[in-house]
Design a binder for this molecule. Structure first.
Ligand code: ACO
Length: 428
């Protein structure tokens, strides 16, 4: 018999269906609650609210499990490339060799951006933040592809819009870094794979031949895979809610970039590196003092804590190992890594962090690798966005395919009740 939950309000009791997912997660379906009782549920910050039934990503925050389409993040980070993972997220299955070749071929065909898109850079003041630029440039794609404005047009058109965005994203991200340095932009090269092309456009130079370093390509693939999806986080929920109004893909993803930028979300990777530098330069490496101040709520330990993980973030575990490997292979000796490890140790053995189940998250070590690879700190969250793009798109695509209702939460109004209008001459 189907499971039900009973809610009693005063004299009245109603039964609500319980839905169960394939990993035995359960939710009380309250969609008819207001209609039957006149009341709504209340859950600020959506800590306890399921907003969709999704087939894409499974996350168990208590046990530290993350899987895309059933495949563990550990396997994918070790054995797959970012384009394979993008295909998996978008289309539901790992690609065969032929499917992957075709997918990568399509991406290669759409890497160039309209020349006029580059003119947008002329209006950004020097030093403007890369995430603000990224948000603008992605949203601007909707002006260059007016046929993308109606996401209901046809599945073929939708797929072309998706391919265009995935293909142009590395070009746009690399352009942001090049323009920030005042260097000439490099056009994509069809001889490179997705990740190598991004590295070429970012670190190559018009004056020299560029040979991608396999260590760097491998590290970049891993980092992008680890960021590729994370179910209903703040930016993905933003993408979904914007998409639920049938806004086009570029507008929806532009909104996701805005949400990711915040320091409580993806912006934390930039904050972590700046925090570690501050500990080195201003706190003179006194990690105990930093932990004490975090406990007194005088500062936040960026890269620690997560809404869902109350155990090790599995991505942080992989990145920590990768960080040691990449720095060793590149021959980089960064004192910030030692500070990060000391800080992690100090926090993980402190009752404040233990009781609150605050563990390092994905952002804690990623910045140290990005720095070793040569990315400037303000670019870190752009790299997060580059990785998260296939996840955002897959979630948006799923929402469109299911034709989900428009996202429109309720509220409890707690302002003035009705009061008479006071004309301006009588106002005090
Ligand atoms: N440093 C110190 N104390 C912390 C931290 C931290 N990083 N994170 C949480 N706490 C404390 C809170 O002050 C609170 O303490 P209290 O019980 O005494 O009031 C308790 O731990 C619970 O924290 P909440 O803020 O209620 O947890 P929530 O789930 O709302 O927030 C969040 C999660 C936003 C990630 C938070 O841990 C945080 O701000 N961390 C730092 C920023 C960061 O690294 N963000 C990246 C997250 S991963 C990602 O988005 C990709």
């Amino acid at each position: 018999m189907a499971e039900k939950a009973t809610i009693t309000l005063g004299e009245k009791s109603i039964e609500l269906p319980v839905i169960t997912g394939t990993e035995n997660e359960k939710a009380i379906d309250i969609s008819k609650l207001r209609g039957q009782t006149g009341i709504v549920t209340f859950d600020e910050g959506y800590k306890n609210t399921g907003c969709t039934v999704s087939n894409i990503t499974f996350l168990d925050g208590e046990q530290g499990i993350l899987r895309y389409r059933g495949y563990s993040i550990e396997d994918l980070a070790e054995k797959a490339t970012f384009t394979e993972v993008s295909y998996l997220l978008l289309y539901g299955e790992l690609p065969t060799a032929t499917q992957l070749k075709d997918f990568e071929g399509q991406l290669t065909q759409h890497t160039l951006v309209h020349e006029n898109l580059m003119k947008v850079f002329e209006v950004f003041p020097t030093g403007s933040h890369p995430m603000g630029q990224l948000m603008t440039l992605i949203s601007a794609l909707s002006s260059f592809y007016p046929e993308s404005l109606n996401p209901n047009k046809s599945p073929e058109q939708l797929n072309l819009t998706i391919i265009r965005l995935l293909a142009k994203m590395p070009t746009i991200c690399a352009m942001i870094q090049k323009k920030g340095k005042g260097h000439p932009v490099l056009y994509p090269q069809n001889r490179f794979d997705y990740v190598s092309n991004f590295l070429y456009m970012t670190f190559g130079n018009v004056t020299d031949e560029y040979k991608p370093d396999p260590v760097v390509v491998d590290a970049m693939n891993k980092l992008l895979i680890l960021h590729a999806d994370h179910e209903q986080n703040c930016s993905t929920s933003t993408v979904r809610i914007v998409g639920s109004s049938h806004a086009n893909l570029y507008a929806s993803i532009g909104a996701g970039v805005a949400a990711l930028w915040g320091p409580r979300h993806g912006g934390a990777n930039q904050e972590v590196l700046e925090m570690l530098e501050h500990i080195r330069d201003i706190d003179k490496g006194d990690v105990k003092k930093v932990v004490a101040e975090a406990k007194d709520k005088k500062r936040l330990l960026f890269g620690f804590g997560h809404r869902v993980y109350k155990n090790f973030d599995p991505r942080a575990k992989i990145i920590k190992v990768a960080c040691d490997n990449v720095l060793a292979k590149l021959g980089v000796n960064d004192p910030l890594l030692a500070i990060a490890k000391e800080l992690e140790e100090a926090a993980l053995t402190d009752p404040y962090f233990v009781e609150r189940k605050l563990y390092p998250n994905v952002d804690f070590y990623s910045g140290i690798i990005y720095k070793a690879l040569g990315f400037p700190t303000p670019m870190f969250t752009v790299l997060f966005a580059l990785g998260r793009l296939p996840g955002w798109i897959s979630q948006w695509k799923e929402l469109r395919e299911k034709n989900e209702d428009i996202g429109r939460p309720r509220q409890i109004y707690n302002g003035y009740t009705h009061r008479p209008f006071v004309s301006i001459k009588n106002r005090k």
